[in-house]
Design a protein around this ligand. Structure first.
Ligand code: NAD
Ligand code: UDP
Length: 328
């Protein structure tokens, strides 16, 4: 039985990856320190004989007994509000955490896939974004803690590949949504659905003319799975090219959910990328992959999920309390 370590296992993407690898017959070792994750995301796996879990911060030495075939390094805050609140943890998990996991991959002769992001392109001057675009990132801006951690992560991964011959894979993940996103993490999909379900105004930042391209979680997981098993060591964009402005998106999901609230405009956060759309020609070529689920269908699925959340989760408006994770 192949053994795979998934970091960030209690998070949105990590928990879906745990499910996928369990269903493919792997032994899955999940690891998470719960800083932005939620135990409920993996509670259904705790009794599974092929799932093991370690509550551990990957910025500290990572020890796994026995053989390991694959590592998927997904631990990292991923929402702009999360990483603005825990900037140093974000920098550490992308740098020190990635270093630890690459060291583990080298020691175990395991293949490692790291979760990079469209944020490596920053506020892109090239559209749509292709893998050979170097990006436009403000290193000292508020988003720099995430963007630069992820850029360093890619660099150290390629260094381990070239210098130590570690088998590495780099997924550049574009905005992905689905069940198990934290309703109060501030990202636009849970933010809008939360507002709709609580009967609040819908907050569009800026004039809403900025664009995003949203990928449904099952498509994302399929792309990552194929990339891990491919023989391609360079970065690959994984996302859905269906692009939309945020204002149009707000109107679209109000229609899906039969909402009649007001849209209110708030200040655009600093360095918020004005446009984002993946060029997925490379993923089509090397992975024979492209997304199958349209935004219209995927958003209905995620709306059904949010609608069934407990009142406690739905009305927990305030942001997650990170104080127990912050050393002063
Ligand atoms: P998430 O916040 O739901 O999950 C991240 C998980 O990592 C959480 O469970 C958190 O507790 C854990 N974690 C963070 N720091 C840790 C540490 N030091 N040690 C152990 N665990 C730690 O976010 P997500 O959306 O599932 O994102 C997962 C990964 O995918 C991240 O690396 C993110 O950068 C990347 N990504 C996601 C998206 C997206 O749209 N969801 C887009 C681009 C990149
Ligand atoms: N956004 C918004 N209202 C919200 C939350 C986000 O208009 O309540 C916008 C945000 O400014 C950005 C886009 O939605 O332009 C996507 O934001 P998100 O936080 O999901 O992730 P990003 O793609 O910026 O990393």
């Amino acid at each position: 039985m192949k053994r795979v370590l998934i970091t960030g296992a209690a998070g949105f993407l990590g928990s879906h990856l745990c499910d996928r690898f369990i269903s493919e017959g792997y032994k899955v070792i999940g690891m998470d320190n719960f800083i932005t994750g939620d135990e409920d995301n993996i509670a259904h796996l705790f009794k599974h004989e092929n799932f093991e879990f370690f509550h551990h911060d990957v910025t500290e030495f990572v020890r796994i007994d026995g053989p390991l075939d694959y590592i998927l390094h997904f631990a990292s805050p991923a929402s702009p509000i999360d990483y603005l609140k825990i900037p140093i943890q974000t920098l550490k998990v992308g740098s020190l955490g990635t270093h630890n996991l690459l060291g583990l991959a080298k020691a175990k002769k395991a293949r490692i896939l790291i979760a990079s992001t469209s944020e490596v392109y920053g506020d892109p001057l090239v559209h749509p974004q292709q893998e050979d675009y170097y990006g436009n990132v403000n290193t000292i801006g508020p988003r720099g803690v995430y963007d630069e951690a992820k850029r360093f992560q890619e660099s150290i991964t390629m260094a381990y590949h070239r210098f130590h011959a570690v088998e590495t894979r780099i997924a550049r993940i574009f905005n992905t949504y689905g069940a198990r996103m934290r309703l109060n993490d501030g990202r636009v999909v849970p933010a809008f659905f939360g507002q709709i379900l609580r009967g609040e105004n819908i907050t569009v930042f800026g004039d809403g003319g900025q664009t995003r391209s949203f990928c449904y979680v099952d498509d994302q997981v399929e792309g990552i799975y194929r990339l891990l098993l491919s023989d391609y060591a360079y970065p690959v964009n994984i996302g859905n090219p269906q692009e939309i402005t945020i204002l149009e998106f707000a109107k679209e999901i109000m229609k899906i959910s039969n909402a009649s609230q007001k849209i209110v405009f708030k200040e655009l956060p600093k360095n918020d990328p004005l446009q984002r759309q993946p060029d997925i020609a490379l993923a089509k070529k090397v992975l024979d992959w492209e997304p199958k689920i349209s935004r219209e269908v995927g958003m209905q699925k995620v709306f059904a999920y949010f609608k069934n959340l407990s009142q406690e989760k739905l009305f927990k408006r305030e942001h997650k309390d990170f104080s127990s994770h912050i050393k002063r």
